[in-house]
Design a protein around this ligand. Sequence first.
Ligand code: ADP
Length: 518
Amino acid sequence: MSIANSEIQSLTASQFERPQKFAEFCNNGGSPLGGLINGQTVAGTMNATFETIDPGSHQTLATVCEMGAAEVDAAVRGAQNAYLNADGTGWRNQPVEEKIATVMKFVELCERDRDILLACEIFDGGKVSELAEGDFGQIRACAEYFSEVARRIPMGDGDSLEVGPGVHGFSYREPWGVVAGIIPWNYPIVLTSWFIFPALLAGNCVLIKPAEDTPLSALYMGKLAEEAGFPPGVINVLPGRGELTGQFIAEHPGVRFISFTGSPGIGQHILRTCDRHGTRMKREMGGNGSAIVLADADPIAVARKIGRYTNQHFGQTCCTIHRVFVDRKIADDFIDAQRDFFQTLKIGYQADQGTQLGAVINSTQQDRILSAQQQTSLRGGSPLLSGGVAEVEGRSGYYLKPALFKTEPEIDCNPSEVFHAFATICPVNDAEQALTLANQSPYGLGASVWTQDIEQGVAISKRFRDGTCQVNCHNQIAYGLPYGGQGISGGPGAGVNCEETFTDYTQVKAVYVSQYDA
Ligand code: ADP
């Protein structure tokens, strides 16, 4: 059954009130929320705190303690001890079924406190409920997928090889030990889950560094981890600014592996820091996703579907569409429909019924987006919707209007990631021209092609220089398939959510054994 075009809408908010328990958690009896280190809640030796705010109202939600170099060191030592206690027991050596039981107990506690975690995403992260609810579902889905992978992938000794007279060798797979996840603000619950479950189930102990804009869900998950029965030190949560707490983590040689999601510049900087002392790192660093719309596609339905994806989390989704290449034969109808979609988005407070475009996360992002809107015009883009600041009655958040530009193939008006309801539409002569333009971006996270001809769509999609290639859909993520970036969007390896993700959290050695013939 086909969907009426009017039914293709952006993700939308239901009314969401602050649960009392969320307010109590944020208030913390009048004290700042501390980090979680080796099973203890700590205020930190820097005596520094920061406020986390609701981006849609500028209201302070909670005061949070910032973790310094001493806390990072204490977390690393606590995690090392929890990994392999002095007596040789420890998280590493717990049987996989015991690890899974603790992980699934933690998932049940998250589900018990669903409203509190939803409140973290909605008020701290500035999300509409339809998206926050989808994100919440990733906790169980991710834990179940990696439990199954952990049962299947053998750790320890691999098959033995005869390598010479009286000498045999075998591979030996083991966890890294202490691993850290540096998490951005756009998908805190999802990205924390994608980090902790494969890392823990592979036998590592973890340091979670939430973004300074959205520390609440990780801090709450830390509380639940203790209740679930993770031994002290297995899960540590270190809130703080990137250039301090994050930098201390990157500089600590006891952290053997870092999983980073964030911007390319920061990812490249952390990689250089880690490389000085041999810490391994994998990175997901944003995108500037493209969509190619072929002449046989319905311009109105496809314009609305693409609009829905572009505006997912108000455009603050790394893999989503910000560059559209549409066949000239249908370009006028496509442009009209996409302009209509964006200009009728309901701008409002993210927890108010019906909101589709809420505030962006912080003032830096607001400035960046406004500047990108100007730059696109200066580079020659023709504004179809010119963006600018939006007012929402009774709220003083970081609200912006959508921006849409028509461009020509000769000029690249949209070279960098712009995290908003922002897109350029470029009419093209054919699919080849579109592919060439789409692949010119240094990013390579997600791309899609839209056509009735599935065979041609699949053939085109395989030629994208992106980690995720899609036909008649976008922002697709499934456990069992890799989600990762090519170009400056990420690497090394396939990405997250697949078997390789699990093995990324392990290292493999070779062991050679010779007869003793001295
Ligand atoms: P975004 O552009 O999405 O805000 P960033 O790359 O700035 O993303 O931040 C992503 C994560 O990296 C956040 O948790 C942030 O605190 C952290 N971070 C920022 N700078 C550093 C740094 N120098 N070292 C380690 N972590 C950092």
